[in-house]
Design a protein around this ligand. Structure first.
Ligand code: GLP
Length: 238
């Protein structure tokens, strides 16, 4: 496990963007799964500036690793909407290079990724409870592949989903789809990044404590090629 600690959010974002750019700059197809959320906002600003109108990045394909539907709206869910706004639209990524995940195609996701050559890199954020993608504490099974979490979603999980969707109780999603540990661990490389003091305790527990299902991200310690990129605040408990 490699840990990179940068002075602040901007520098941490620059490092994360550079890791992605290094992967993208190849003479072959590159498959990335990339995170939504607030952590990557700055990183996508850098990536948009660095990749827009640069045909030598046309080899890159993007996969969505989790999705939460909007209850009242058709079309893309929270994750794709966020990624579209932050990156795909401003960077003018062709639609044929974007591979959304949804309730209709989740069962074929792992097969599709495998047929496309596997994920070269998955870029993850982390929740303050140690979740990554939609793998919430105590809920995921290692043997499953990309999954639909519906009837077995707990009230707590649905509350987390509501906080991501925003709005009132009526918007509370009934289900979500997510890549699970087995699918994530099949990526050739994992990068997880975090910013701010609110992530400091979970970073210490996830990467400097035992591997436990109660802290889903702790499993990532066991991947042979994982890099954790932090700003000083997120690293302040190490
Ligand atoms: C949610 C999102 C993830 C994100 C995580 C952390 O679970 N589905 O994609 O990585 O929250 O979000 P943030 O970066 O906003 O702290």
């Amino acid at each position: 496990m490699k840990i990179i600690i940068e002075e602040n959010y901007e520098k941490m974002s620059r490092v994360a963007a550079n890791i992605l750019l290094g992967k993208m700059y190849q003479n072959k197809r590159v498959n990335l799964a990339i995170t939504a959320g607030s952590t990557p906002v700055k990183m996508y600003e850098y990536l948009v500036a660095d990749t827009k109108n640069k045909p030598y990045f046309d080899n890159v394909h993007y996969y969505n690793f989790d999705e939460i539907p909007f209850k009242q709206k058709q079309g893309y869910g929270v994750t794709m909407t966020n990624l579209n706004t932050l990156f795909f639209q401003p960077a003018e990524i062709p639609e044929s290079h974007i591979h959304p995940l949804d309730e209709n195609n989740y069962q074929s996701q792992d097969k599709r990724v495998e047929q496309d050559g596997g994920l070269d890199l998955i870029l993850l954020g982390i929740g303050t409870d140690g979740h990554y993608c939609g793998n919430l504490p105590g809920t995921t099974k290692f043997e499953n592949l990309t999954s639909y979490v519906g009837e077995d979603a707990t009230e707590h999980m649905k509350d987390i989903l509501l906080s991501e969707v925003g709005g009132d109780e009526n918007e509370r999603p009934d289900f979500y789809v997510t890549m699970v540990p087995k699918s994530v661990m099949q990526a050739k490389e994992i990068v997880l990044f975090a910013t701010g003091r609110k992530k400091a305790i979970i970073i210490k527990r996830a990467f400097f404590g035992p591997v436990t299902n109660e802290i889903p991200a702790s499993l990532l310690q066991t991947h042979p090629n994982v890099t954790i990129v932090l700003d000083q605040e997120a690293a302040s408990k190490l």
